[in-house]
Design a protein around this ligand. Sequence first.
Ligand SMILES: *[C@@H]1O[C@H](CO)[C@@H](O)[C@H](O)[C@H]1NC(C)=O
Length: 343
Amino acid sequence: MASIARKQLCASGLFLVVLAVLAPGVMSRKLQEASTMAERHEQWMAQYGRVYKDDAERQRRLEIFSRNVDFIESFNAAGEKPYVLGVNAFADLTPEEFRASRNGYRRRVARSGEGSFRYENVTAVPKSMDWRKKGAVTPVKDQGQCGSCWAFSAIAATEGINQLTTGKLTSLSEQELVDCDIKGEDQGCEGGLMEDAFEFIIHNKGITTEANYPYAGSDGTCNSAKEASHVVKIKGYESVPANSEAALLKAVANQPVSVSIDAGDGSFQFYSGGVFTGSCGTMLDHGVTAVGYDTTEDGMKYWLVKNSWGTSWGEEGYVRMQRDIDAKEGLCGIAMDSSYPTA
Ligand SMILES: *[C@@H]1O[C@H](CO)[C@@H](O)[C@H](O)[C@H]1NC(C)=O
């Protein structure tokens, strides 16, 4: 309720006058809060280098910012979950805008039968895994306002298997996928699928480095000279049997794995630390990479997941997501559609 009152307070000068006549005490407190929020918005704009095209846009963004800050602060004050939210770079976007500009995973309606699962017969897995500690994970990247999550997810898994087989960690090119892999479901900044990205890398006979074909964050024309630079190859890819966190565990114990999640909830947008337990559904809309798993000191199992929203989001760009929940789909559908490249 408070956020609605504040929104109207900011939106209408006339309303201010009426309030002042009716309740001067409330008025001055509300005005103070409002000006504090405007100041906070201004500081936030400076921190994240945000510039708006005009005053109307700035006002609109302030209202959204204000609603988000209220949501974040009341969530944290309630202290009911094992994770906290933060006022991050996405604080002036509505959940709808955020979903539209950031996610970009396009799920196939029906999946074709995808062959074998090489980790099927794995019986022993370590109690915990962190592929970062094994040197198989590049620093967190930032997809920007482009629905290229699928490319980042597929590239992170490819960087992983390449390091595991060659011993060398090489940062690879998402932009090559955005620009050159434009058939079927893969549509650059308009979304794509990790399995299709693996297929592109296989058929292209490799992929080039981040340094050679750096990320631009927008759709571009395929640079065929760079596309012809095949620095890292993969032989194939496999899917993890769906709806089994046990199967996903076997895979993640052996290499970083591309996973799909429902990241559409505001609590995911503003996640800043702890073990994420939802809320979220299973409408898969985001591709990320599972790079490990562990259990907290108080016994909560989690997946260690690399995101592509920069290091200011989450735990330095990572999220720990609750693992082994009752639902077979896993939290946010994490066990529904996973795959990994093979070398
Ligand atoms: C797992 O074991 C079964 C039974 O021995 C075998 O038929 C199957 O090929 C094995 N799977 C893999 C991926 O090695």
